[in-house]
Design a binder for this molecule. Structure first.
Ligand code: NAD
Length: 486
């Protein structure tokens, strides 16, 4: 059994109480590693280390910080395959279709952020000739970062690189199901960063995440995860008026117009639904609205393509989609599907509950599943399932489909499929979502302004502007040039 340590103040450490958390490989349901079970005392030690390091790190020149981030980028490149295999082993995402791509993005995130290290800029304002009014962008101090398991390395990199580049120090709590790749990345980062600048702790949400979110010496919390936990983070931060960024859940619509090329669009809809990530993506387009005039042909093609999907061990090069992350998630997805199948048996057009014997029962595997025209009262039509389960409905009126798409409490992403420019853009502008894609279903590009509307989140962290707004505070300096010898 491999035991992997946390990293606090540049050193590998166990938890104060010496307890461990088992890490299971969801492709074969076996425990293969353990990480420390950190609690409040460990959080206090990590925050203290980060607070001590801040005094020097915040005064380190921006180009020097950039150089260290470039060196980390090179180290990540050298370790890319090992990192990708770690992600697949701990969270079940397929190596070929997902984890290698995730590590590529992580490398590009570090490279991008290193490259913009000279962009920490304020502004000046003209008031009159005797005054100098300018703003400075100053780091907060210790950033408390909390991430989920579904894209663990990318989501951790998207917090670590921007926070550190802008002069903050970091205490990051990994997800209990996927800490290993993040710990390895943190080990590599610590070869180049001064001790205490990046600390990574492992533990459960209530025991370790909550004390971090509540810590009086953490003036900024950056959280990615579910909307329910996001609310708890916001409530904790409100006690001391800490700054918070929230990247939360979604139930994103995909609207298919009658004029589309069916081959291109069904491929795109599959990508947008993140079927090769078992639908375990915040931006999964899990509600498809297809125009009634093409619904039959569209579904025939969609089902035909998904039937060819190879589900299996995440490390197998033939695998298109791996397993769900754990038993809890598996049972959760099963409960949504069972409920819909029992209430509306004729609505199921692909997949369904997983087999209880045979190779697919050896891991938490779940085949692509589609329901057609479920009534809105069915839970899965409006709740985030976070599994490979798609609900498809037909539409005939543009204004009605916009209303339906916007009826969700979430507002993270939306997808529009059409060859007619103006109607597609009209719809893109009407949809209540922080990120609308037209005729494409892939992931976010670095530099995008990415984030959620409504209950999908608050704040934008991906772009230069987002990084500056999320990880620096603006200070106005107002100088009278005519007084006291100036
Ligand atoms: P989760 O909210 O259960 O957990 C996320 C993290 O928060 C974990 O590290 C967990 O240990 C921690 N946590 C749990 N309870 C806590 C508490 N009370 N205080 C502090 N920390 C706590 O989410 P999950 O199941 O790990 O991830 C799936 C969710 O994340 C989905 O809702 C998904 O949509 C969302 N997500 C959003 C984005 C985005 O960019 N908007 C990206 C990825 C995932």
């Amino acid at each position: 059994m491999q035991r992997v340590h946390m990293i606090i103040n540049g050193k590998p450490v166990e938890s104060v109480e010496g307890e461990w958390i088992d890490i299971e490989n969801p492709s074969n349901k076996t425990v293969f590693a353990q990480v420390p079970r950190a609690r409040v005392e460990d959080v206090n030690i990590a925050v203290k280390a980060a607070k001590n390091a801040f005094a020097t790190w915040s005064r380190t020149s921006a180009p020097d910080r950039g150089k260290m981030l470039f060196a980390i980028t090179d180290a990540l490149e050298k370790n890319r395959e090992e990192l990708a295999r770690l992600i697949s082993t701990e969270n079940g995402n397929a190596l070929r279709t997902q984890s290698r791509g995730e590590v590529n993005i992580v490398i590009e995130v570090f490279r991008y952020v290193a490259g913009i290290c000279r962009e920490i800029k304020g502004n000046t304002m003209y008031l009159n000739v005797d005054n100098l009014d300018y703003t400075r962008r100053e780091p907060y101090g210790v950033v408390g970062a909390i991430v989920p398991w579904n894209a663990p390395l990318m989501l951790a990199a998207l917090k670590i690189a921007p926070a550190v580049m802008t002069g903050n120090t970091v205490v990051l709590k990994t997800a209990e199901d996927a800490p290993l790749a993040v710990l390895e990345m943190a080990r590599l980062c610590n070869e180049f960063l001064p001790a205490g600048v990046l600390n990574v702790i492992t533990g459960y949400g209530l025991e370790c995440g909550a004390p971090l979110a509540e810590h009086p010496d953490v003036p900024k919390v950056s959280f990615t995860g579910s909307t329910a936990v996001g609310r708890a983070i916001l409530a904790a931060a409100s006690q001391r008026i800490a700054a918070v960024s929230l990247e939360l859940g979604g139930k994103s619509p995909q609207i298919v117009f009658p004029d589309v090329d069916l081959d291109f669009t069904t491929d795109g809809v599959i990508t947008a639904m993140r079927f090769s990530r078992q639908g375990q993506s915040c931006t999964a387009g899990s509600r498809v609205y297809v125009h009634e005039s093409i619904a039959d042909k569209f579904l025939e093609k969609l089902v035909g393509k998904l039937k060819k999907f190879q589900i299996g061990n995440a490390l197998d090069e033939k695998t298109d989609a791996g397993s769900l992350v754990n038993l809890k998630q598996f049972n959760r997805v099963c409960s949504y599907v069972k409920e819909a199948m029992e209430a509306h048996p004729n609505a199921l057009i692909l997949g369904g509950l997983p087999p209880q014997s045979g190779p697919l029962s050896e891991g938490y595997f779940f085949e692509p599943t589609i329901f057609l025209n479920l009534p809105d009262s069915t839970r899965m039509t409006h709740e985030e399932v976070f599994g490979p389960v798609l609900s498809v409905s037909t539409w005939s009126s543009e204004s009605d489909v916009i209303k339906q798409a916007n009826s969700s409490e979430y507002g993270l992403a939306a997808f529009v499929w059409s060859r007619a420019g103006a109607p597609a853009l009209r719809m893109a502008h009407e949809l209540q979502a922080g990120w609308v894609m037209v005729n494409q279903g892939g992931g976010q590009a670095i530099g995008h302004s990415y984030g959620g509307m409504k209950q999908s989140g608050a704040g934008r962290e991906f772009s230069l502007e987002g990084i500056l707004n999320s990880y620096t505070e603006v200070k106005q300096v107002s100088v009278s040039l005519g007084a006291h010898g100036f």
